[in-house]
Structures are given as structure tokens and as C-alpha cells.
Design a protein around this ligand. Structure first.
Ligand code: SF4
Ligand code: SF4
Length: 391
């Protein structure tokens, strides 16, 4: 795995060789900082374009992850697996083109997610449009099962980051994600990508995403040990983020009028109870990683310290971070049928559809302004305390 010091030397060398690119990157960073930190205050319910666009080109998946609503609905054989979007809803890449062209006006970071994006039948063309034709910074997140088969396409595409979700070693991953042999297949895929990356001298960054659950909590250190020998950029350990039944009931009682329009459902708790997390083990694992692997790029998202670990997993109504959601100023989520949504883990609210209207018109329409007004007034709602957009 990449070491922090080594990375700094590489960055200095890169700056000396490519001053123009670095200048452009600095400009983007400053712009992102301004938009994310100050746009909220200065622009009120009208917002500058989002910094991040999350594309969900398909909600199909080939795994049954215990902590995921899609995985759970697949296991329960629910056809409309997630919210109101049918699994059949998929747009061909050319349907996205006018939208992608519009994005070049403000150049957001694009993340392709899902479902499992490698199951989206027109992925190669979508990547071509985003990266080769319209030069947008694009990342993809995959569950690894089809990685080996798609390694060449992914390395050739010119992606900035390839994120691989893998939450433990051997049988632990298979158990959490519901498919036997998944760990081995993911590692084979990773090795193939690394081999191709080396041959092509590609700058693709590989990031491993590990969601901490009560099942894998004792494997964090072993995981870092195992993957430290690979040429990957970094590891991110994600704490569980969720909305429980209790949180939703509380929301419905506290905001009876609002909850009719801004509907929320429990999420990411399907088969795993966050309260089962062994906090002592978790704390010990985190400390070990911070001590033994301090030179490596290992992130915890969100970074939860001290007693807040207990609060995070046991007292779900308490905020362990800021009580402010910047989501409708920073991020937009495009569902598989082209619907623009607040976020897949947020309200069941469709703000518009990119096939019917230009995105920027939707971005500042009355629905968006209304939601921003609400969030300016409230900061966030108690039900938001374990949402990914709050951190
Ligand atoms: S977490 Fe990802 S891979 Fe797992 S079931 Fe959900 S969408 Fe599929
Ligand atoms: S934190 Fe933001 S994105 Fe998350 S549920 Fe609350 S309002 Fe929605």
C-alpha cells in the first residue's frame, strides 16, 4: 500500500513535471471548498451547481449484503428492490449524453455506483462519454465479483479511482455479502487490475472500502496486514450509517406534516443491528491500526473518536458530528431511470428527471429550493444523525 511520505515525494515530482495540471487541480479544490463550506450560507436556497454527481445506472446487483437494502430485497425476492425504481429501469449511455454535455459547464466529480455498476449493460459507452469525450473526473465503485472479467475495460477507461468494496478476509466477506468464493474472486480481480495498471503505467488509484459491522469488527488489523503488500492507494473503513425503525417513528411523530411529503424509510439495517457492535474490540482495532500503520493512507469515515464510538452505535438519536446537511448544495443523485433524487438514503423525493429537463433547471427548481429552505432552518433533522450526508 502507498505510504504517506512516499506519496508526498511523488506529488512534488508530479507538480514539477505538470505545473498546468496542478494549477487546474488547485483551482478545482478551491472551488469545491468555497461551494461546500460557503455556498450554503451565501447562496441560501439558490445553489451553485453541485460538486459531486452520483450516477446509479443500474440497481441490479449480484450480491446479498446483509447491511444493504438492495441485498436484503434481493434475498427477500422483492422485485422493485429499492425505493420506487424498478430493476428494469436502465438508460442506454446515449440517453445520458445531453446531461453529460451539460455537466461540462461546471465539471463535477462523477461517481458511478449502484447496485453493481459492472452489471450495467452499457458501462463501456458511458465511461467513454464521461471520460474520453467530455473529460470529466470519474470514479467507480464495485463489489468485486466481476472485477477480473472487467479489469481491462476499467484500466483502459481512464478512471481516476476504482473503489472496491471488501469487508474482511475469506469467509467473513462471503458471509456478509452472501456469495461463496467472493473474497477469492475479488482478490483475483484486484491482482489483474494491478498487473494491467503496471503494464500500462496507469495512474488509476485503487481504494478498498471496508464497512465495519459486528461480523467483521475483529478483522480490521488483519485486513490492513493482508492488503498492505498490494500496490493500492488507500483503505477506507466506513462506520455503519443507517436509519432504524425507531429513528423513522420519531421523525414521523416530530414532523407529522413534513413526513407525509418527505417520506423516509428505515435503511441499511436489514440484517445487522448496529447495537450489536462490540465497541471495545472496535476501539482496540482502530488504535492498533493508528499505531502500527500510521504511515499508510488509512481513513475512517466518519472519523469517530473516544466515547463517540459508543454514542454512534448505541444512542442513535444523538449527533456525533455537526448537525447540518449540505447535501442539496453539494451532491446530486441520478437514479437508473434518470430521476434526480436528493440521495438514495434520504427522502423519497424526485426533484426532476434528466430526460425531461436540463439538469441545472432541476437543480434550482421550486422543490430543491423548498428543501434547502427547510435545511437552512433546521440544519438537519434528528433522523439524519446517522446519514452519510451529515459527515
Ligand atoms: S452493498 Fe452493494 S454489492 Fe452489496 S447488495 Fe448492496 S448494492 Fe449490492
Ligand atoms: S442528512 Fe441530509 S441527506 Fe441525509 S437524511 Fe438528512 S436531509 Fe437527507
Amino acid at each position: 500500500m502507498e505510504k504517506k511520505e512516499f506519496n508526498i515525494v511523488k506529488k512534488i515530482k508530479f507538480t514539477l513535471k505538470n505545473p498546468k495540471i496542478v494549477l487546474w487541480l488547485i483551482k478545482c479544490r478551491i472551488r469545491n471548498l468555497i461551494f461546500s463550506k460557503f455556498g450554503y450560507r451565501f447562496l441560501s436556497e439558490h445553489s451553485s451547481p453541485p460538486v459531486n454527481i452520483f450516477l446509479y445506472p443500474t440497481l441490479k446487483c449480484n450480491l446479498f449484503c446483509k447491511m444493504c437494502d438492495i441485498g436484503f430485497s434481493r434475498k427477500s425476492k422483492l422485485t422493485d428492490s429499492y425505493k420506487d425504481i424498478s430493476l428494469k429501469d436502465e438508460l442506454s449511455a446515449d440517453k445520458y449524453e445531453p446531461f453529460i454535455k451539460e455537466l461540462t459547464q461546471f465539471k463535477p466529480n462523477i461517481s458511478i455506483t449502484g447496485g453493481e455498476p459492472l452489471l450495467y449493460s452499457d458501462l463501456k459507452n458511458l465511461l467513454y462519454l464521461l471520460i474520453s469525450k467530455y473529460k470529466l473526473t470519474t470514479s467507480i465503485i464495485t463489489n468485486g465479483l466481476l472485477l477480473e472479467k472487467n479489469a481491462e475495460m476499467l484500466v483502459d477507461a481512464g478512471l481516476r479511482e476504482l473503489m472496491i468494496s471488501i469487508d474482511g478476509l475469506d469467509e467473513t466477506v462471503d458471509k456478509i455479502r452472501g456469495v461463496k468464493g467472493l473474497f477469492k474472486k475479488t482478490v483475483s480481480g484486484l491482482e489483474k487490475v494491478l498487473e494491467l495498471k503496471k503494464i500500462q503505467n496507469s495512474r488509476l488509484k485503487i481504494i478498498l472500502n471496508f464497512t465495519i459491522t459486528p461480523i467483521n469488527v475483529s478483522e480490521l488489523v488483519k485486513f490492513v496486514e493482508f492488503f498492505s503488500k498490494y500496490d493500492i492507494e488507500s483503505i477506507t473503513f466506513f462506520h455503519m450509517l443507517f436509519k432504524t425503525n425507531e429513528m423513522i417513528s420519531q421523525y414521523t411523530c416530530q414532523y407529522p406534516n413534513m413526513s407525509n411529503e418527505y417520506i423516509l424509510k428505515p435503511s441499511s439495517i436489514s440484517e445487522i443491528n448496529p447495537k450489536d457492535m462490540d465497541i471495545d474490540i472496535l476501539r482496540h482495532e482502530i488504535e492498533q491500526i493508528k499505531t502500527k500503520y500510521s504511515k499508510y493512507k488509512i481513513n475512517f469515515a466518519p472519523e469517530i473518536l473516544g466515547n463517540n464510538l459508543n454514542v454512534h452505535y448505541q444512542e442513535h438519536d444523538k449527533f456525533t458530528f455537526r448537525k447540518k446537511c449540505f447535501m442539496p448544495w453539494n451532491n446530486a443523485y441520478i437514479a437508473a431511470n434518470g430521476d434526480v433524487q436528493t440521495s438514495l438514503l434520504c427522502f423519497h423525493k424526485i426533484m426532476g428527471n434528466i430526460l425531461k429537463e436540463p439538469f441545472l433547471k432541476i437543480w434550482n427548481n421550486e422543490e430543491y429550493k423548498k428543501l434547502r429552505k427547510l435545511l437552512i432552518k433546521e440544519g438537519a433533522f434528528p433522523v439524519c444523525s446517522r446519514c452519510c450526508n451529515i459527515f
